[in-house]
Design a protein. Structure first.
Length: 518
């Protein structure tokens, strides 16, 4: 064991270490006089600091609490680069006239690397003790090297839970060696305020909303804060945005990207938390709402078609070419596609659907749905793959086709959408194959349970037994192909010259012509 005993002003100072120092190592200690404290030193990082002029230079946990000098100032130093293997126990006298009603007693040391005063007991996590009857204060010094909070907590857990050096019982972890760094260290007995002067940090958010253009992003925006004690903080996202995604580092570097086609005002809450310091201090927090304004740009409409091969009408395809088969000689236009046009600009734009006729037949539109609505109220069958938020314009349209009479063969029509600002959507092409009618001579098709209107030409071809034709009077056959009408009886009249003239009013009869008079 190493013990150093020094005297000054009839007060004594006693330093001990349970593990002592290495053989051949010299540790020195001594008091610092009034002249020593007020002397000006040329060293870049002097280990002696005048406490009367540096009382405001403290670590965060004792900020603005250093009130009075209550006892001697002294130093401990190794000669060379040696360190102490284990904690340094300090037992110091203090001024008996110390005002214990107004202040608490403590021992500080000067951290010359950071030029601040720190509590000795914070290095071990063990509170100092005071014996008022003999005016002494005792504390333990574990290290003059400032370590991170996680390291301090780990050491503290090991100290409490290790049980025995062999690792049996307790936490089963052998305590790490603790060191007192080489070089001189200044200590002083002080009086401090009995309550922490720590104040919450202040999050410095911009007064105006941050601006980002739709379709772009905001990158590496540095959030700022202030703290009266100079505490460090960590940044957290307390509540997420509604119209985008946020990335936030612990150091306050923020990136924001709005979701696809999203515009308007977005907001999210930022939380800052002081980094923990000292074993008796609770980190303080502050929060604020950051507002982002997403500037609208005109987006072209998007055009989608329902998948004709789907078993349900809820599937939307991004295919730009569709193929359908229809019958010729229809008495009314036939539906060849169902399309939905979306415009993400919502209130800023209306959307319109138009068609281009085929080479032979005519294309048309039948409005199915045309509204501006809140996204959440859109029918599920009308929501495309992309996520639309807020308000959107959309139009659902039946595309019809009318083939010319007696036409069979191939034809093509195209569909596009445009918005109020004349921005055009993608184009959808419908390839149409016109086949002979299933029911001839204006017969009416009687469909199956799943195709009552006989609109599915492919199904009729695959399962003709499920379909039949209701023929008009005078026609018969599976497809009403037989003409069973009876010709009207002929009328016999004579021409002026006595030549008989046969006439009839129905096909295949033709009106006879009287021979010319000669």
């Amino acid at each position: 064991m190493c013990a150093v005993l020094v005297w000054l002003w009839s007060m004594w100072q006693f330093l001990t270490s349970p593990l002592g120092v290495e053989p051949g190592t010299v540790m020195a200690a001594g008091f610092l006089s009034h002249s020593d404290l007020h002397h000006s030193y040329r060293a870049i990082l002097p280990y002696i600091s005048n406490p009367y002029s540096t009382m405001t230079q403290t670590s965060p946990e004792i900020a603005r609490r250093f009130a009075v000098v209550a006892g001697p100032s002294f130093f401990v130093s190794f000669l060379g680069l040696d360190t102490l293997r284990g904690p340094l126990a300090i037992n110091s006298t203090f001024d008996p006239s110390f005002n214990r009603e107004s202040f608490l007693l403590d021992i500080f040391y000067w951290d010359r690397n950071h030029e601040v005063w720190r509590e000795v007991n914070a290095s071990c996590g063990i509170a100092s003790t005071v014996d008022w009857s003999i005016s002494t204060i005792s504390a333990q010094m574990c290290s003059t090297d400032v370590v991170g909070t996680d390291d301090q907590m780990r050491r503290r857990r090991q100290t409490v839970g290790s049980g025995s050096a062999s690792g049996s019982g307790g936490g089963g972890t052998t305590e790490e060696p603790l060191y007192l760094s080489s070089g001189p260290v200044q200590f002083i007995v002080v009086g401090i305020g009995d309550t922490s002067a720590n104040t919450p940090p202040q999050l410095q958010l911009p007064g105006d909303p941050l601006s980002v253009v739709e379709g772009s992003s905001l990158s590496d925006y540095q959030l700022c804060y202030t703290d009266m004690e100079g505490d460090q903080v960590e940044f957290y996202l307390a509540s997420p945005p509604r119209l985008g995604n946020v990335s936030l580092t612990l150091d306050g570097l923020l990136s924001y990207a709005p979701c696809t086609y999203c515009t308007g005002v977005d907001s999210f809450q930022i939380l800052i938390v002081e980094k923990p310091f000292g074993f008796n201090n609770i980190p303080l927090t502050a929060s604020g709402v950051l507002v982002v304004e997403i500037e609208n740009v005109n987006n072209a409409p998007l055009l989608y078609a329902f998948d004709p091969a789907s078993e349900t009408e809820s599937d939307i395809t991004t295919d730009t070419v569709l193929s359908v088969v229809v019958e010729g000689n229809r008495s009314s236009p036939v539906s060849v596609a169902q399309v939905v046009a979306f415009d993400s600009d919502g209130y800023f734009d209306d959307v319109f659907v138009s068609t281009k006729d085929g080479e032979f037949g005519e294309a048309g539109t039948e409005i199915w749905l045309d509204v501006v609505s809140v996204f959440e109220s859109l029918p599920a069958t009308l929501i495309p793959d992309e996520a639309f938020l807020g308000y959107v314009s959309f139009m659902a349209v039946n595309i019809t086709y009318s083939p010319p009479p007696d036409f069979t063969g191939s034809d093509t029509v195209s569909i596009t959408a445009r918005d109020t600002n004349a921005a055009l959507s993608n184009s959808i092409t419908v390839n149409i194959e016109v086949v002979p009618s299933f029911c001839l001579n204006n017969g009416v098709c009687n469909g199956s349970e799943f195709d009552p209107t006989c609109a599915d030409v492919g199904a009729r071809r695959a399962s003709p037994q499920n379909y039949s034709c209701l023929c008009l009077e005078g026609f018969a056959g599976t497809n009403c192909e037989l003409d069973t009408r009876t010709p009207e009886p002929a009328e016999t009249r004579e021409c002026p010259d006595g030549v008989p003239l046969v006439t009839c009013s129905g096909d295949p009869c033709t009106n006879a012509v009287c021979p010319s008079n000669k």
